[in-house]
Design a protein around this ligand. Structure first.
Ligand code: PSU
Ligand code: MN
Length: 314
């Protein structure tokens, strides 16, 4: 039912014309989050990376829909001016699901996380979404209860998310357990191993493996036929030759976790703090890897959206 939800949108949600056209005609669309631009990547190169992410989606035949809140309007698909605000303004708030309405009510700017991007994308009928790495269960969560709303939201949002696993700053086995509990389907793309974001292999396996966008499209079609209500996670690893050196990774991670504890960082600031620490302490290596990850995921999401649209039209 492409476009079925487009006609009764509140005026606080604005779908870019190109995105609306694609949705109405059943064409391939890929949602993109904006927190990675505002809070996950350093300025000023983040704006150029944001453009490259959209370019990677287009290169595979799909229309990119970067999602953010600009001046209190939820925008599904950003123009150049909106992208520049997300990348460069100090007033952009990291907006998870629970924050979105507050930012809208106050006419503010917000960058959407995986959770809020997934929710808003599904709301307008977008079926595929690319990010770098999901949020998940933080280390020490049995004391802090710090588990990303990305997980619970994906448990109740029917969308396909392409990510390089979950960020390696997290408790990966606990996150995999939660994904199972929440009924999130997990597919390894071209691998039997669950990726570790900066690392090709987190040390854990995946329940199912696929090797082509068409195989993913077949799973998407089966899920739609069944009426599955949770997300499908396509875990797409960096090639081993492009991963961050594991010894460097472990060194930087240990120092970052210690620094976060020493600085008393809590709640929604934990993930941006650790990512920034990585970018500074790894001598640019984590930034290189993070950029390659998101570009590869955007490209794969474009291929999956195109294969899925072609299958639906056949
Ligand atoms: N992946 C990245 N960089 C990021 C994020 C993911 O490569 O900045 C962001 C996403 O927006 C994700 C969020 O939803 O981090 C998770 O934050 P938290 O752990 O506070 O839920
Ligand atoms: Mn958290």
């Amino acid at each position: 039912m492409p476009g079925a939800t487009l006609d009764d949108l509140p005026d606080r949600i604005e779908v870019a014309p190109e995105v609306a056209d694609a949705l109405r005609s059943g064409g391939p669309v890929v949602a993109l989050e904006s927190t990675i631009i505002s809070h996950g990547l350093p300025r000023p190169s983040n704006l150029d990376v944001a453009r490259q992410i959209e370019g990677a989606v287009r290169a595979h035949g799909a229309v990119p829909a970067t999602i953010a809140i600009v001046d209190g309007t939820i925008r599904i698909g950003l123009d150049e001016a909106a992208l520049a605000i997300v990348a460069g303004s100090d007033d952009v708030v990291k907006a998870s699901v629970r924050d979105v309405a507050v930012i809208v009510a106050r006419s503010g700017h917000g960058a959407t996380t995986v959770a809020s991007t997934a929710e808003l994308a599904a709301r307008v009928g977008i079926g595929v979404f690319a990010t770098g790495g999901l949020g998940g269960v933080h280390r020490g969560a049995s004391d802090t209860f710090d588990e990303s709303a990305d997980l619970t939201t994906l448990g109740s949002t029917p969308i396909t998310v392409v990510s390089a696993g979950v960020k390696s700053i997290l408790d990966v086995p606990a996150t995999l357990e939660r994904l199972e509990t929440l009924n999130v389907t997990v597919l390894g793309y071209g691998t039997d191993r669950f990726p570790g974001f900066y690392l090709a292999d987190s040390g854990h396996g995946v329940p199912h493996r696929v090797d082509t966008p068409e195989e993913v499209a077949a799973v998407i079609a089966a899920r739609a036929a069944i009426g599955s209500t949770a997300a499908l996670l396509v875990a797409n690893p960096l090639p081993v030759s492009r991963q961050v050196d594991p010894a460097l990774h472990d060194r930087v991670l240990t120092a970052g976790l210690d620094a976060a504890t020493a600085a008393g960082v809590r709640g929604k600031d934990v993930t941006p703090f650790l990512l920034a620490h990585f970018h500074e302490a790894s001598g640019g290596e984590s930034l290189r890897a993070n950029t390659e990850i998101i570009l590869a995921n955007a490209a794969l999401a474009g291929r999956i959206a195109s294969a899925s649209a072609a299958a639906a039209a056949a």
